[in-house]
Write a protein that binds this ligand. Structure first.
Ligand code: IPT
Length: 999
């Protein structure tokens, strides 16, 4: 490539210049309320969209401008979500030519006008007009006078307007450009959504009102003392009634306090008084420090059970109301999430107040990402160009100054994915000077030059283990290497939650618990950014990249969250909740398989001669809290039937400690059925985030296996011989088979599409995989081989004395690979037994998606009932949350509606399943051994072809998969693939199912 030709200097308009803006007040601390007057300017404003920023005249800013023919627009909001233009999604690519700081002529520009009166009791005097967020560049006028312009979409900006205000008919005019030089600094992986999308408010500033204040509230865990000092301009006083404190600002006091932690978010109500204003404060005492190679809060190592949170709403984009913020946090708390990284920009300021109140560790990230420059080897990266440094400093200042008073914010993050350079170092230096109380985070610099923690994204398990042992690959510079090796480690992104998944969470958690250096991580990401749309028929679906005709887009990579766009938890969130639970019940490691959890003590069981646990191990995995907020309960269940239950007394347990608790004597009534202990930890009382009785953690321990006997049928003992029936049928027990193909056609006279070997699944996003991960992508390999178009050749149909044996070869066109598959059918009165044996032929280059049989059943089957893992979906490496029990669910509810349809809905460890009609008739399948079952009203092929949920229409069959094995899920849509133990390696296999009809 030839070197870039320097451009002649040129005067650039304000939206293309690298400066942060002009005319704004310096940033200051945010607070939710005070006794100074405030006024929201929310409402319906007048709006006009132009296709370009060029040549637009400014006449519209004049108060007397006639906007009668302009549209109405709700503010706050994004105009592209209100019928003007369209949203666009790209991941790392800039949707405009990379020519910093210039922009294309196509630069949608929205002119806004809003006319407002002041309340009659509004006093004259200084006032600030405040914008909490405008994407991406705004120029502002009030009553015809230009106030200035600014960039920095997710950051606050204020203008002094007191001298311009009048009692009636104030006219605010705001011109917003979708693209600006600032857009080069905002290349976060998300929708591009221009507009005045956060609050616009007017703040009366009486003489002597607070200009800025900084609450310093630290905690010394050795003495139990907290130290408070509030710096403020102008000077004033601070009182904390609960501590008996009344201090001058700038003065400090040290008193015994209850500290703030995410587990115990103790806040003290306080008040700051200056001559002109009274501001209620909520003070949390805590000290964050990196020492002994660990990140500690109040002297203790903390473990992040975190998520990355973008602000998103399926209708309103990044324009979120307080209900959505609270909803996110309640869902997080209820799913044992204890930390949030505000990827990749400061959130709405109210969000952090909620984090203080509910208790979350927050890594607050600056509104900065220049990822697109990575595609050109970081050439021209603004982060390493001094001309941009003022803009970067402006961004970090606006974040730190706004949010410095939140105890929940325990680290500042300089930004995301913007390479390295002097601009970042300048940001770090400024931040350290302004707020030495918080460590710095940034992931994009392998040398960690400006950071206090070593942070990575998507490192695989093996690498995390090496880092945990402080044995990672050295940096070239030994000094930098030694420094980094001494830092605590966190995964600022891991476990990419795109579509079905993420897999491998349990194994990560085990690493975090094994290596003290590994202090957890933040799952990527919280929510699917699918935009709610309607088909022509009015059905709702969620749109992703490409659905709005974007010329560049990155498809459904924007839908990679733990909750669906409408905030319904996905199976991934349920799995995360189980894996990160702060109390472990039974077993010593994480990810104990359903029904295989082990207590440590044993005693002889109730009369069966089996060994059953006498005790259950309880481990307190909190970092600060004891267990007194929890009530434990046990239950004893035989094949899902609760035979007895009661409270379990768990002694006080310090964080990190474990104990063995005796279980009660086994109750009678098992009658040969498989039995389990289930022990649950529930909230003992109401909390701010869930009610008493909310389940925090659970575990299961085997009590007794199923005994042979009448209650649990064994393989057919009385065998029937196949015989020729009417037409071309062979009859065997309740089955009628096609004599030529050997395929089961009727079960007890009810027609079905007989079971055949099936190895295909509609690839998940993780099967599809990301191109940047090493090694082949599973879905691509599968399609190359042809696993989605397997052919079945019947070699022979043999009528034995007591069995029908069908020998087949299952193989794709254009390949010599094959699965030689024998189906051996036998019968016992009303039951059919199918034994499948599979012998692979040829050198298979990759694992199989699944290995099992699929059959088509009558569409009138409505309800599934099963004994095994549930209630939700599970796969080999996502099954920690599947608990063994008796479950019932409508067939339609078995499906997980991933925004982009893909394999879903399997249930793990199923001993038997019944699909029934409303009159109770139907089909039952029992496994030898336990199997995975999946039932849906469309085929895997239809699922594979669908792009949106509304592309799937129920057919006249229910397709039932009984799988002997499933390939794991992994999180290769961005991170590592399936771990070896969960790969479905091609190997000889044999499994059986017993089928019979329900009458
Ligand atoms: C990483 C980004 O930080 C995040 O914003 C998001 O894009 C995520 O990936 C994937 O969904 S960067 C990635 C190229 C490793």
């Amino acid at each position: 490539m030839s070197p870039p030709v320097p451009r002649p200097p040129q005067h650039l308009p304000y939206y293309e210049d690298v400066s942060p803006g002009r005319g704004c007040r310096p940033p200051r601390a945010w607070y939710a309320r005070s006794d100074a007057r405030r006024m929201s300017l929310h409402g319906t404003w007048r709006f006009r969209l132009s296709p370009t920023a060029r040549g637009a005249d400014t006449a519209f800013a004049r108060p007397d401008f006639d906007d009668a023919d302009w549209a109405g627009l709700r503010v706050p909001g994004h105009w592209v979500l209100m019928g003007h233009g369209a949203p666009a999604y790209t991941n790392t690519r800039y949707p405009f030519p990379v020519d910093p700081p210039r922009l294309p002529d196509e630069n949608p520009t929205g002119d806004h006008r809003h006319t407002f009166d002041l309340p009659s009791d509004w006093e004259p005097g200084p006032a600030l007009l405040r914008f909490e967020g405008v994407e991406s560049c705004a120029r502002v006028w009030l009553n015809g006078r230009e106030l200035g312009h600014f960039k920095g979409s997710r950051l606050p900006h204020e203008f002094e307007v007191g001298h311009l205000l009048r009692a009636r008919r104030n006219v605010l005019a705001v011109r917003v450009h979708q693209w600006s030089a600032g857009s080069y600094l905002e290349d976060q992986d998300q929708w591009w959504l221009p507009g005045v999308f956060r609050d616009v408010t007017l703040h009366h500033r009486p003489p002597g009102a607070v200009l800025d204040h900084f609450v310093h509230a630290s905690y010394d865990h050795r003495t139990g003392l907290g130290t408070l000092r509030v710096d403020c301009a102008p000077a004033g006083r601070v009182s904390v009634p609960a501590l008996g404190l009344d201090l001058a600002t700038g003065e400090s006091a040290t008193v015994p306090v209850t500290p703030w932690t995410a587990e115990t978010p103790h806040l003290y109500d306080a008040e700051l008084r200056t001559p002109g204003e009274r501001v209620p404060l909520r003070v949390g005492f805590r000290t964050v420090r990196v020492e002994d190679g660990l990140l500690k809060v109040n002297g203790r190592r903390v473990l992040f059970r975190g998520v990355n949170r973008h602000e998103f709403d399926p209708r309103y984009g990044r324009s979120l109301g307080p209900e959505a913020m609270r909803r996110d946090l309640l869902l997080m708390k209820r799913h044992n999430v204890n930390a949030v990284r505000t990827s990749h920009y400061p959130p709405h300021p109210a969000f952090l107040g909620l984090c203080d109140e509910l208790g979350l560790w927050v890594v607050e990230e600056c509104d900065l990402e220049t990822h697109g420059f990575g595609q050109q080897g970081w050439r021209d990266n603004p982060v390493d160009d001094a001309a941009w440094t003022p803009a970067l400093l402006d961004r970090v200042r606006r974040m730190v100054e706004r949010d410095k008073n939140h105890p929940s914010v325990i680290m500042w993050s300089l930004g995301n994915e913007c390479g390295t350079g002097r601009g970042l170092s300048a940001m770090a230096a400024w931040t350290r000077d302004r707020d030495p109380s918080r460590p710095l985070h940034y992931e994009g610099d392998p040398a960690c030059a400006d950071t206090d923690v070593y942070s990575r994204m998507y490192a695989d398990h093996a690498e995390v283990a090496r880092i945990g042992r402080r044995e990672e690959e050295p940096l070239a510079d030994p000094v930098a290497d030694a420094r980094r090796r001494a830092l605590p480690f966190l995964l600022c992104e891991y476990a990419h939650a795109m579509g079905n998944g993420p897999g491998g969470l349990s194994e990560y958690q085990r690493l975090f618990e094994t290596y003290e250096r590994c202090q957890g991580g933040f799952v990527w990401e919280w929510i699917d950014h699918g935009l709610r749309q309607h088909t022509a028929y009015g059905e709702v679906f969620h749109a992703y990249g490409g659905d709005f005709g974007e010329e560049l887009h990155d498809g459904n990579f924007v839908c990679d969250g733990l909750v669906f766009p409408d905030r319904t938890p996905s199976p991934g969130l349920t799995e995360l909740k189980k894996v990160v639970e702060p109390v472990r019940i039974g077993g010593t490691g994480t990810g104990t398989r359903t029904g295989t959890g082990t207590g440590t003590g044993t005693k002889p069981g109730a009369g069966d001669g089996h060994a059953a646990p006498a005790t259950v191990r309880i481990t307190n995995l909190h970092d600060f809290a004891g267990l007194t907020h929890l009530a434990f309960r046990w239950s004893y269940e035989a094949e899902g039937e609760v035979l007895a239950e009661g409270p379990l007394d768990v002694p006080p347990l310090a964080p990190g400690a474990h104990t063995e608790v005796a279980l009660p004597p086994e109750p009678a009534g098992r009658r040969g059925r498989e039995a389990l202990w289930t022990v649950r930890a529930l909230l003992a009382g109401d909390t701010a985030w869930a009610e008493a009785g909310h389940e925090v953690a659970w575990g299961q321990l085997p009590a007794a296996p199923a005994a042979p006997g009448p209650a649990v049928p064994r393989p057919p003992s009385v065998r029937a011989a196949p015989r020729r029936g009417e037409g071309n049928l062979v009859l065997l027990g309740p089955g009628a088979f096609d004599a030529t193909t050997g395929v089961l056609r009727y079960l007890d006279g009810v027609q079905l599409t007989g079971p055949r070997l099936d190895v295909w699944r509609a690839p998940t996003d993780n099967d599809e995989g990301a191109p940047w991960q090493p090694g082949p992508r599973p879905a691509e390999q599968w399609r190359r081989i042809g696993l989605h178009r397997m052919r079945h050749r019947v070699a022979s149909v043999e009528h034995g004395r007591d069995a029908l044996v069908v020998r087949t070869r299952v193989a794709p066109a254009g390949s010599g690979l094959a699965l030689d598959t024998d189906y051996r059918w036998s019968a016992d009165g009303g039951r059919l037994r199918l034994e499948v044996s599979v012998r692979p032929y040829g050198e298979w280059p990759c694992p199989l998606p699944r290995l099992g049989v699929r059959m088509g059943l009558c569409g009138s089957l409505m309800t599934a009932r099963w004994y095994g893992g549930g209630p939700g979906e599970a796969y080999p490496d996502t099954r920690a949350a599947a608990r063994t029990g008796l479950w019932r669910m409508p067939v339609d509810a078995l499906q997980t509606p991933y925004v982009r349809p893909q394999e879903n809905g399997a249930r793990a460890g199923v001993r038997w399943v019944e699909l029934a009609r409303s009159d109770g008739s139907g089909v039952r399948a029992e496994g030898e051994p336990a199997f995975w079952f999946t039932a849906r009203r469309w085929t895997s092929e239809q699922l594979d072809a669908a792009r949106h949920t509304t592309d799937l229409t129920p057919g006249d069959r229910v397709w039932l998969h009984l799988d002997h094995a499933q390939h794991g899920i992994g999180s290769r849509s961005c991170g590592p693939g399936v771990l070896p133990p969960y790969e479905l390696t091609v190997a000889p296999a044999r499994f059986a199912v017993i089928l019979h009809s329900l009458r």
